[in-house]
Design a protein around this ligand. Structure first.
Ligand code: NAD
Ligand code: TYD
Length: 356
């Protein structure tokens, strides 16, 4: 029987992690405590959980500013909060950044995951009621042609420094199961979208550029394909695995929702223009084809029959509803956008939470 009572969420101030914490408090029967361990890089924003902190701070919700590469800090937090479950979201997550500066990806994604594994190995010893859940990406499987899908046993073939660092961390996690018997589970998920995503990723970047009348940069011929999943559906999959996933197993999670980038950008133009009362064709006129991303994977498509069949997970948010929710959120939350993009706000975080 799994303890599942004191959960440490790494990267809980980022996009998926913050939505995961809110999901647990608002949409599940979880009644224990959550500790959010985050270094607050450019992508981490404590403001993403202000409502949760106001409702549960100091009672069932705790924030700890720390680096997952810091063994002593992680070990002290595990001990002080008597952690029995670790959900590992913290990572450098943007492919473009990994091309221009791979070092941070190697450090956080590989060394950081290794450090967490070492810390739980020392703290949990041979307990079997604990769980280390590692959140990973479908990008570890490489690139598909026109046909076929990624399965859990598809050989790893990462192409970017980001996906290579995630692949490496996946292997370390599985090695700790096989070698030391640490109970682990792993999920490899397709592209997420939704509120609180840093506006460097395709969907929020396009919505905001449409709003601001700026060029919409489409890489290459725009015909690369991604499989999109609303962030709450990813988080319900993680919660499902925490409750019932078998130790040592990988579960693929996806939207079964493939879109060519250019078709998605057209849809975002139409939907955002309709909300703003603008001419959709004028918005499409902002599309600018730019030089392709080096090593740009052509197509991702996930087969998620395993988590559906074994654990009964399902996607619940249609792309139509998910996009409408996301567009409405980015158009309404201009103060959040200005702050995550502003250098002054980063300085405020450093003053209040300590410089990195
Ligand atoms: P994000 O970039 O929005 O957030 C990452 C968080 O990790 C931030 O809060 C950041 O401050 C924190 N962090 C970074 N380095 C840290 C360190 N050294 N120590 C402690 N905290 C640190 O990322 P995201 O999109 O929310 O992705 C979360 C996880 O999900 C990642 O592991 C990513 O690989 C995986 N994933 C993402 C997607 C996607 O579409 N975004 C899809 C599949 C899997
Ligand atoms: P992104 O959101 O960066 O996610 P990932 O690279 O992890 O899949 O990009 C999604 C797709 O959109 C990818 O094929 C690259 C493309 N893209 C653009 O065409 N223009 C952009 O400005 C961005 C950020 C991405």
């Amino acid at each position: 029987m799994r303890a599942l009572n004191h959960i440490l969420v790494t990267g809980g101030a980022g996009f998926i992690g913050a939505n995961f914490i809110r999901y647990l408090f608002q949409k599940t029967d979880f009644s224990g405590k959550i500790v959010n361990l985050d270094k607050l890089t450019y992508a981490g924003n404590p403001e993403n959980l202000t409502d949760i902190d106001e409702a549960w701070g100091g009672k069932r919700y705790f924030f700890e500013k720390a680096d997952i590469c810091d063994f002593d800090a992680v070990s002290e937090i595990l001990k002080r909060h008597e952690i029995d479950t670790l959900v590992h979201f913290a990572a450098e997550s943007h492919v473009d950044r990994s091309i221009y500066g791979p070092g941070e990806f190697v450090s956080t994604n590989i060394q950081g995951t290794f450090t967490l594994l070492e810390a739980v190995r020392a703290f949990w010893k041979d307990r079997q009621d604990v769980l280390f859940h590692h959140v990973s990406t479908d990008e570890v499987y490489g690139s598909l042609g026109d046909e076929g899908f990624f399965f859990e046993d598809t050989p790893y073939d990462p192409r970017s420094p980001y996906s290579a660092s995630k692949a490496s961390s996946d292997h370390l996690v599985m090695a700790y199961w096989h070698t030391y018997g640490i109970p682990v589970t792993l999920s490899n998920c397709s592209n997420n979208y939704g509120p609180y995503q840093f506006p460097e990723k395709l969907i929020p970047l396009m919505i905001l550029n449409i709003k601001d009348g700026k060029p919409l940069p489409v890489y290459g011929d725009g015909r690369n394909i991604r499989d999109w999943l609303f962030v709450d559906d990813h988080n319900s999959a993680v919660w499902t695995i925490l409750k019932g996933g078998r130790p040592g197993e990988t579960y693929n999670v996806g939207g079964e929702n493939e879109w060519e980038n250019i078709r998605l950008v057209h849809t975002l133009c139409e939907k955002t223009a309709a909300t703003l009362g603008r001419d959709p064709e004028a918005c499409k006129g902002l599309i600018t084809y730019v030089k392709d991303r080096p090593g740009h994977d052509r197509r991702y498509a996930i087969n998620c029959d395993k988590i559906k069949g074994e654990l009964g997970w399902r996607q619940t948010v249609s792309f139509e509803t998910g996009l409408d929710t996301t567009i409405a959120w980015y158009l309404a939350n201009t103060a959040w956008i200005d702050r995550v993009r502003s250098g002054a706000y980063r300085q405020w975080i450093d003053r209040n939470y300590g410089a990195r």
